[in-house]
Design a protein around this ligand. Structure first.
Ligand code: G3P
Ligand code: CA
Length: 243
């Protein structure tokens, strides 16, 4: 099986995570797809950022849910990287999902959209994400994942054919059966929790296995020998070299 390389928050080991810069660089280095996290702003825009707060990754302060898109766009999301290149500056603003999909629609790329609504529920976020995915016509190469499995159920309720993944960070019993029962196509386990029973359960139920976050060469080599469909990695260049 060919294992695809999904750039986790873009090429995030070298470039500022979840920015257009990191996504563009991931493509330059040959990824097959990108992974990103979404939240809702105060004015109900879907934006890409890992944390609920912008403090860790930007020069701003506060929660995304309390800030408007215009307020968020004032900040640089390149903390720890500090771009000096004026051409990069627009690509280190917080991206909206709409901006990302506008760029992605012309690329031969998969996209894994993680809905981050475990802490704040963001009512309406599922409908907004699905509207954007269909507006840009990328539904055939999108996977929607979440640690909030009720959110995945809601995605399936609104759009039965949307490919989805259950995210987990602990070892689950018979996860292939769990995904199958809820008609969810993919299982997204933390790499640390991947034991043979998990791999077998997914294989037996024909569930796609997409593993995060795989950053070391020996881990990549080990996974390449298994029925793993995708590895989600910060180290795009290394993964490209090994896989
Ligand atoms: O989707 C895999 C991975 O991104 C989940 O963890 O915390 O990096 O969003 P996190
Ligand atoms: Ca994520």
């Amino acid at each position: 099986m060919v294992c695809k390389i999904i750039a986790h928050r873009g090429f995030s080991s070298r470039y500022p995570e979840n920015t257009l810069l990191a996504f563009k660089k991931a493509v330059e280095f040959g990824c097959d797809g990108i992974e990103l996290d979404v939240h809702l702003t105060r004015d109900q825009e879907v934006v890409i950022c890992h944390d609920e707060s912008i403090d860790r990754t930007s020069n701003g302060h506060g929660l995304i849910k309390d800030l408007t898109l215009a307020q968020l766009k004032q900040y640089r999301f390149d903390k720890g990287y500090d771009s000096k290149d004026p051409f990069e500056l627009v690509d280190i603003q917080i991206p909206t999902l709409s901006e990302l999909l506008e760029w992605l629609k012309t690329k031969n790329l998969e996209v894994n959209i993680e809905i981050k609504n475990n802490i704040f529920s963001y009512p309406g976020i599922v409908e907004k994400v699905l509207n954007l995915v269909t507006t840009y016509g990328v539904e055939d190469r999108t996977i929607i994942s979440s640690f909030n499995h009720y959110t995945i159920q809601e995605v399936k309720k609104q759009m039965r054919n949307m490919k989805c993944g259950f995210l987990t960070e602990t070892t689950q019993l018979d996860p292939g059966r769990y995904c199958y029962d809820y008609q969810v196509e993919c299982y997204h386990p933390d790499f640390q929790t991947l034991i043979p029973q998990v791999v077998e359960s997914c294989r037996d139920h024909q569930i796609e296995l997409n593993v995060w976050t795989v950053n070391q060469a020996n881990q990549m080599k080990a996974l390449a020998a298994l029925p793993v469909h995708r590895i989600i990695t910060n180290e795009v260049a290394l993964a490209k070299q090994i896989l």
